[in-house]
Design a protein around this ligand. Sequence first.
Ligand code: FEO
Length: 425
Amino acid sequence: MNPIELGPIEIARGVHWIGALDPDLREFDIILKTANGTTYNAYCVRGSDGVAVIDTVKENRAADFFARLEQVAAYDEIKAIVLNHLEPDHTGALPELMRRAPNARLYISIKAQIMLKGLLKSEELVYTPARTGDTVSLGDRHLRFLHTPFLHWPDTQCTWLEEDGILFSGDVFGCHYCDPRLFNDKVGDFRFSFEYYYQHIMRPFREHVLDALELIEPLALNLIAPAHGPILRDAPANYVRRYRQLAEPTLYNEAGGHAKTLLVFYLSSYGNTARMAQAVRDGAEAIDGVRVSVYDLQGGEVAPFVDLVEEADGIVFGSPTINGDAVKPVWDLLSSLTMVNVKEKLGAAFGSYGWSGEAVTMLEDRMRGLKLRVPVKGVRVKLIPTEAELSLCHAFGRDLALHLTGQATRKVITMEELNRSQTHA
Ligand code: FEO
């Protein structure tokens, strides 16, 4: 079927899908692959006292959206426009919709207000900020808001149609998968896309997913209407359960939460950084309550290490400096950590070098950029570590363990302090 010919689809009595299909898209936001394109789902809810439009579509699909909307409602009937999320794939048609529907009031989450001004470039916007529990009456139907921030932007919320048990969930429970048959019991197998979307979009905000599930799990769900991908009318609670599973820790923690976990990742050309890694390990292990693990990045894949880091309390990178840089496998792992939440984990770096030794500082900077705390200045050793230098590494490991166990005065080294110390060295 030509996607443009698809009309509005009734998903419940008086509730229509009026979104847009984008079957040829292969990359979303530069970072996500999609073998099946995507959909920008928007919905129209008719009540006895007015109509609500929930979300819009990407700007280049606005014509499809308006064509579908006009088949189920007149613009002057629209009393509420709800935006669950302000990213442009859902707000591209908003300015034009507000122009065409002058009687409509705009509802956004309390955290979306600044973004809305940035999006519409106007200080004179009229809107209602919504909190969890706030409602909009359409007469015989009511929309209730659930504040679900950081899924996956600070502004995100879900909207619950009380009388029908429909959750308009925004990006949550969505995926990039376009199939004009629309419903999860009709479309092809989209499980891989659902999981991929979770891993890349929701996983970094795992704690917020768990908070949102506390609000969503008690709902008597008849249907989940996400902003992308299939509409989940068959067994919607299964998708909520799957989110719960995905948001729980990936790995069984043998330390049982009693010990702090410190991971030491290293690479070594001539065994020098490896010897430093062993000394760091020995130093950290000297402190009770810390479980230290050492991994040679040369022998590992990135994905399981990312799982390990997600559960760890601290990570230490050992890298030689080659051509003024840390080595690629270290950067590969660091760049993959954007998939998980590493904020406030302890970070540190060390390494042997030949003549310049920039790697340690570069790694520390990157970890600060990822919002790790870097409380102990890294250790750099020129070429082969002496016994005295290995003792420094041992003390460095010990310091890290003391910070992890809360026995050291917490001190986060700032960029200014770091620059000062390097200038005076
Ligand atoms: Fe589908 Fe985060 O926008």
